[in-house]
Design a protein around this ligand. Structure first.
Ligand SMILES: *[C@@H]1O[C@H](CO)[C@@H](O)[C@H](O)[C@H]1NC(C)=O
Ligand SMILES: *[C@@H]1O[C@H](CO)[C@@H](O)[C@H](O)[C@H]1NC(C)=O
Ligand SMILES: *[C@@H]1O[C@H](CO)[C@@H](O)[C@H](O)[C@H]1NC(C)=O
Ligand SMILES: *[C@@H]1O[C@H](CO)[C@@H](O)[C@H](O)[C@H]1NC(C)=O
Ligand SMILES: *[C@@H]1O[C@H](CO)[C@@H](O)[C@H](O)[C@H]1NC(C)=O
Ligand SMILES: *[C@@H]1O[C@H](CO)[C@@H](O)[C@H](O)[C@H]1NC(C)=O
Ligand SMILES: *[C@@H]1O[C@H](CO)[C@@H](O)[C@H](O)[C@H]1NC(C)=O
Ligand SMILES: *[C@@H]1O[C@H](CO)[C@@H](O)[C@H](O)[C@H]1NC(C)=O
Ligand SMILES: *[C@@H]1O[C@H](CO)[C@@H](O)[C@H](O)[C@H]1NC(C)=O
Ligand SMILES: *[C@@H]1O[C@H](CO)[C@@H](O)[C@H](O)[C@H]1NC(C)=O
Ligand SMILES: *[C@@H]1O[C@H](CO)[C@@H](O)[C@H](O)[C@H]1NC(C)=O
Ligand SMILES: *[C@@H]1O[C@H](CO)[C@@H](O)[C@H](O)[C@H]1NC(C)=O
Length: 786
């Protein structure tokens, strides 16, 4: 079996190296990986091998993907299609519709549960995408979610993408290795380069030119080399699965010592980003019209092509993400883009530039329509693709006249910073892309996902990618029903409570329509630095507003929990234990709000009507107990990869291994390994808490995680409760003493070392452990769980 897979993999490389044609080997290897007991039950054929090459696609001419699923005379399920991605999409259609199995980000692959005997299809089925491109990733997903991923994580991710029809994934890993080689060749010293690169958890913003340098230590070369080795595997697998990887390019951001090496070069300094100290922002930008820009671009793309092969001509390149241009002059803006695309074409005549359209929204004041038109005007329409990055809430394509004719992709962003909270806009992600496509003047060519972090709410991501294969808005009732059937595959008949819980959430939790109140995943207030004011009713990207009736979620939770009483095998079902943990987490997070309000008003001695020291003491204690119970629940979930700080830290630390740490003569290599692991742990801790050396965007990427609640949020709330009970000025949020002790605590936490114990501390709890803890918590909080 093993040798078959190896053969299939090397076959696809041989073929693509010769003529760029695609084969069925990638999808066949996927079946071997995930469904080995059905390896001979599916047969695949490429009906019309895609013309030209996916490496150099003509974005105007690219066709929709199509597949057919039928019963072959010899008893196999036969899937034919016009691309490997079409075949994978046809396979998933069969597996979810007939075998009721699927693959999930956190639950993992459930495909092996497909029944021994596969039903024939009831008739030949034809599927067709409605857009030629299905896209995945945001540049920042590589830091918020994938910073510490291993090959196993990537393999699952890429199978997930392939089965959902994604053919255009972003591929950032390994960027720094090539960039370092370019800079060294250009004469920069290693010290100058080191002062430019950011730490493992912050590379996305260094790539954007928002930040430079690393706090807490320099980026180790062993990290750079390890990521580069991983990148080779990732890109090769993307190609094998028939995807066009979107590869990085040289952006123009350079070490600030450029003037020493190139006194005549034209460069400017970027803006100060998010309050970072100038040493870590104000990034030097080499002007694209300087001939050195093309020299470095050519060097970069040549090195990249030798590393990965000639596998793609679509390049991700963002120079002004939350970072305004040096000048708003229209000629200048056009000059920047015309020279940037010329630099790409100098190295790769087929180059197509992919731009994240976020800047036009986030810096809308700068980016007036005439500036956008001038900026985009420097590039031929067919040489660019734009990601309309936040289409469900803040679309920019209408106001930019469909990006003045550039092809663009309708993207669902959904969450910021990998925040976790049940949330969705089920109407907008099904209806709006169809309307956009129907608009006769729109130049939309794709649909995709640009979440800042991959988090829960997986149904909301699935539905958008499935919408890309339906020309009318999906019926959400049917969609949720069928999703549940595959999700909890197992019992012959699933308890009705599972369906009713999801249907109720579909109409409430997942149907936010008031985007002026909340337009992305909600953050629970306990994840914020405690305060008597300013926590409730936040709107926008990190809303704290609960935009549905919390009592409805409690009812849905009851149905969902009740399902396991009826069908106890659900306690052994990882999809069920994952979702039960997540829904229970949300019910408890919501219950924190009224307790908080009661506490704050009872503790405020200037409010005669509600002031009650007894009540304040009681609710203060309840706030802390609720957090500690929530931590216990998440610890017992059995899904540390999504609910546990220790897992995140252990994954970060695991990036050191003796084999990729350089030996030195003076220091023992084991102490270097420990120092490096501690630095990775610091990065992991800092991103999800202070986010910056001194809390520049504190709590932006907060997470309701076991271990983070007990070691960070709970101590903060404990300090707050104690201070508020003993203070006569509770009404006023501005307590300098409390503020400074909170900050001192937060800063101390950054350098705490969990160390190797992190890996041991999240030992997989069994379903029975979750069952016991949920029962206990429910018993302790009758008012919360109804
Ligand atoms: C891309 O396809 C369009 C439509 O078929 C065609 O008009 C155009 O010439 C093609 N461009 C290139 C560069 O092949
Ligand atoms: C079964 O039939 C399909 C479709 O005709 C074909 O592609 C495949 O090679 C056949 N498999 C076997 C084992 O005969
Ligand atoms: C296929 O047909 C059978 C028999 O009519 C029916 O029970 C089943 O639901 C059908 N399956 C699908 C996926 O349509
Ligand atoms: C930004 O960095 C440049 C050197 O790269 C320096 O000359 C300039 O003064 C810095 N800006 C500020 C405001 O410090
Ligand atoms: C910079 O420009 C000056 C004036 O044109 C020239 O004399 C000098 O050689 C240039 N230096 C470099 C390093 O190109
Ligand atoms: C861009 O600006 C530079 C510097 O002003 C100038 O030399 C160059 O000719 C301009 N290029 C284009 C394409 O406008
Ligand atoms: C159709 O697209 C144009 C831009 O191409 C936009 O201005 C207009 O608002 C769109 N219409 C609707 C109904 O969205
Ligand atoms: C979502 O809410 C809107 C506005 O209240 C309503 O029109 C729509 O029917 C709801 N959709 C679902 C799926 O409940
Ligand atoms: C969809 O998004 C638009 C913004 O583009 C917003 O005005 C509208 O309220 C949203 N509709 C729904 C049903 O969420
Ligand atoms: C938050 O919104 C709720 C519901 O609209 C309102 O009752 C409450 O007074 C608001 N709280 C604050 C602190 O603004
Ligand atoms: C609370 O009662 C005191 C004493 O009766 C009174 O002076 C004060 O104005 C009252 N405060 C409020 C907010 O009602
Ligand atoms: C509470 O928030 C206010 C307003 O942002 C701020 O001035 C104050 O310092 C905060 N209090 C604490 C204890 O951090």
């Amino acid at each position: 079996m093993r040798s078959l897979i190896t053969y299939a993999v090397s076959a696809v490389f041989a073929v693509s190296a010769l003529c760029g044609a695609q084969s069925t080997a990638g999808i066949e290897a996927l079946v071997h990986r995930r469904l080995s007991n059905h390896a001979n039950d599916f047969t695949f054929s490429l009906s019309t091998p895609t013309p030209a090459s996916y490496a150099a696609p003509n974005t105007t001419a690219k066709q929709n993907d199509e597949y057919t699923v039928s019963n072959a005379a010899n008893g196999t399920i036969h899937i034919s299609g016009n691309s490997p991605t079409a075949l994978a999409s046809g396979l998933r259609w069969y597996l979810t519709t007939y075998a009721h199995v699927d693959i999930y980000w956190f639950v993992g692959s459930r495909l092996h549960l497909a029944p021994q005997h596969l039903s024939p299809v009831n008739g030949t089925y034809h599927g067709s995408s409605i857009v030629p491109w299905r896209y995945h990733f945001n540049t920042v997903t590589f830091s918020y979610s994938a910073a510490f991923w291993t090959w196993d994580d990537w393999e699952l991710e890429l199978d997930w993408l392939a089965l959902r029809g994604v053919n255009l994934p972003l591929a950032w890993n390994g960027y720094e290795k090539i960039l370092i080689d370019v800079f060294r060749e250009a004469g920069f010293s290693d010290a100058e380069i080191a002062s430019f690169l950011s730490g493992p958890a912050f590379q996305a913003w260094n790539r954007f030119g928002n930040i430079q340098g690393s706090w807490g230590g320099d980026l180790p070369m062993s990290w750079v080399d390890g990521q580069f080795a991983l990148a080779k595997q990732i890109v090769a697998r993307m190609v094998e699965l028939g995807m066009t990887p979107v590869l990085p390019a040289f952006t123009g951001f350079v070490p600030d010592m450029i003037g020493r090496h190139y006194p005549n070069a034209s460069f400017v300094n970027g803006s100060q980003w998010s309050g970072f100290p100038l040493q870590h922002t104000n990034v030097t930008f080499l002007e694209p019209f300087d001939p050195l820009f093309t020299t470095l671009q050519t060097s970069f793309l040549d090195k990249q092509a030798s590393a990965f092969g000639n596998v793609s001509s679509i390049y991700t390149l963002d120079q002004y993400n939350e970072n305004n241009p040096y000048s708003g002059d229209l000629g200048y803006l056009r000059n920047v883009t015309s020279n940037t695309i010329a630099s790409l074409k100098a190295a790769d005549p087929n180059a197509i530039w992919m731009l994240q359209g976020w800047l036009f929204y986030s810096s809308a004041t700068f980016w007036t329509n005439d500036r956008i038109e001038a900026y985009l005007g420097g590039v031929e329409n067919s040489d660019m693709i734009i990601l309309d990055l936040f289409s469900e809430s803040q679309p920019q394509w209408q106001r930019t006249n469909s990006y003045y004719g550039k092809p663009w992709i309708w993207c669902e962003l959904h969450d910021y910073g990998g925040n976790q909270g049940l949330y969705g806009q089920v109407e907008n992600v099904t209806i709006n892309p169809i309307e956009a496509l129907a608009n006769a003047t729109s130049t939309m060519v794709g649909m995709g996902l640009t979440m800042e972090g991959q988090e829960g709410n997986e149904i909301m991501y699935d539905i958008l990618l499935d919408q890309a294969w339906s020309s009318t808005p999906l019926n959400t009732a049917t969609y949720f029903h069928d999703w549940v059937t595959a999700r909890y595959h197992g019992p012959a008949t699933l308890p009705a409570g599972l369906y009713s819980a999801w249907d109720s959430m579909r109409k409430t939790v997942y149907n936010n329509t008031q985007i002026s109140i909340a337009n992305a995943v909600t953050k629970s207030i306990f994840e914020l630095a405690p305060n008597t004011t300013g926590l409730l009713n936040r709107t926008g990207h990190h809303p704290t507003t609960i935009q549905y009736d919390p009592a409805v979620l409690v009812q849905a939770w009851k149905s969902f929990y009740g399902a396991a009483a009826q069908e106890p095998s659900l306690w052994d079902n990882p999809a069920y234990t994952f979702d039960l943990t997540d829904i229970t987490r949300q019910v408890m997070a919501n219950a924190f709000y009224p307790l908080y309000t009661t506490f704050v008003t009872a503790a405020n001695s200037s409010l005669n009507a509600t002031y009650s020291p007894t009540q304040a003491t009681k609710t203060g204690q309840q706030l802390l107990t609720l957090l500690s119970d929530l931590d216990a629940l998440l610890t017992a979930s059995g899904h540390p990869e999504h609910f546990n700080l220790a897992y995140w830290i252990a994954q970060a630390r695991a990036w050191v291994s003796p084999s990729n740490t350089p030996a030195t003569s003076n220091t023992s290599s084991s102490s270097i390994i420990t120092q490096t692991a501690d630095f990775y742990e610091y990065n992991a801790r800092n991103q999800i808490t202070l986010w910056g050396p001194t809390g520049e965007i504190s709590d932006y990427a907060s997470k309701p995680w076991a271990g983070l609640i007990s070691s960070y949020y709970l101590p903060r709330w404990s300090m707050f409760v104690e201070y508020t009970l003993n203070s006569s000025t509770a009404a006023n949020g501005g307590n300098a003493a409390l503020s400074s002790s909170l900050l001192a605590f937060e800063e101390g936490w950054q350098t705490g070392i969990w160390g190797e114990a992190a890996g041991e501390s999240y030992a997989m709890a069994s379903g029975n452990e979750l069952q016991r803890v949920v029962a206990r918590v429910v018993g302790d909080w009758p008012g919360v769980f109804g």
